[in-house]
Write a protein that binds this ligand. Structure first.
Ligand SMILES: [Zn+2]
Ligand SMILES: [Zn+2]
Length: 322
């Protein structure tokens, strides 16, 4: 069994919550047992010694209530994990948003292997079934991070904070699809269903038609060889996502117009834009001007408002001179 550590703050909250829950059900046995061990600490130990003693008691209860076994069981499901990490640390998350997993360097022991870290809310321990699914989901993320084939690395995302936020959100949605699809195909349970992951995907690509969304999601759901690089590429480029459905949807049903999503690159200036010029194809003069500089460009490729404005003002100036 790998080395398993828990954040004392998490243990404390989980134990308190469990005792309180029993009390609310009218069962005071646990609370009495707890006080029987805690109260003498006040008499027998100095102020400085007490915290350590409290932690010992809390750890005993945490163990006795079966919480350690729950986590061990989840880790045991993935035998290959023990070889790959130096240990596991379970930490209390600050909020739902803070929950997740990561790999941490083991600085003290100069170990080449990293420790896996899972952050979660104390309340997760109240629902054992959910906790099991949650841990399984997080361990799959960890295994991906450790897989050479997946090629995980931390990236510096370019662009402004809003763009980084969009790419990050898409990245984690694609990765969650990849994680949950494999767990479900393996006949196990996880925190997301095919339906809920489709909803999340749909919400990120509202510009796609229903047919396209379904076809693209299907490709993603069945892909068992996604990599960090591929996911990042998709998160970064809407048109690459759209192209996933190319051979699934007959040509005549494909969207005629390219979808110009906020945050995509303007083909002219190569800057991200949130302001595409609408109905640009109707402005024949500007389209022709742009095509003089960009012969492969067509109106359906779109252009940002700054580029279009620049072409228009250039036109205005040349008219003026004439
Ligand atoms: Zn996830
Ligand atoms: Zn532009």
């Amino acid at each position: 069994m790998m080395k398993l550590e828990f954040d004392p703050g998490l243990i404390e909250e989980v134990v308190f919550t469990a005792i309180r829950a029993k009390e609310e059900q009218g069962d005071t046995k646990l609370s009495e047992e707890y006080h029987l061990q805690i109260d003498p600490i006040y008499e027998n130990f100095s102020l400085e010694e007490r915290p350590i003693q409290f932690r010992k008691v809390e750890w005993d209860f945490f163990h006795k209530l079966g919480f350690v076994a729950l986590v061990e069981k989840a880790l045991d499901e993935f035998k290959e994990l023990e070889e790959l990490v130096a240990g596991a640390v379970i930490v209390k998350a600050k909020s739902k948003h803070d929950e997740g997993s990561d790999l941490a360097s083991d600085l003290n022991r100069k170990n080449a292997k990293k420790r896996m870290k899972v952050k979660l809310l104390a309340e997760r321990f109240r629902d054992h079934i959910f906790l099991e699914k949650f841990l399984r989901h997080e361990i799959m993320h960890i295994l991906d991070m450790l897989s050479d084939a997946f090629g995980y690395r931390s990236e510096f995302l370019g662009g402004n904070p809003m763009e980084q936020c969009i790419v990050t959100e898409r990245y984690s949605t694609f990765w969650d699809i990849y994680v949950d699809s494999r767990i479900l195909k393996d006949g196990k349970e996880t925190i997301g269903s095919r339906e809920s992951r489709f909803e999340e995907f749909s919400a990120l690509y509202m510009g796609f038609s229903e047919e396209e969304k379904k076809a693209i999601f299907d490709v993603l759901w069945n892909d068992e060889n996604l990599t960090h690089g591929k996911i990042l590429e998709l998160a970064d480029d809407v048109n690459k996502v759209l192209r996933l459905s190319d051979d699934k949807i007959p040509e005549n049903l494909r969207q005629k117009k390219k979808i110009l999503l906020p945050g995509a690159l303007c083909p002219l200036c190569q800057f991200r834009t949130y302001k595409w010029v609408e109905n640009l194809e109707e402005d024949i003069e500007t389209v022709q001007d742009i095509r003089q500089d960009f012969s492969n460009w067509s109106a359906e490729d779109g252009a940002c408002d700054r580029c279009v404005e620049m072409y228009k003002s250039r036109k205005a100036i040349s008219h003026h001179i004439i």
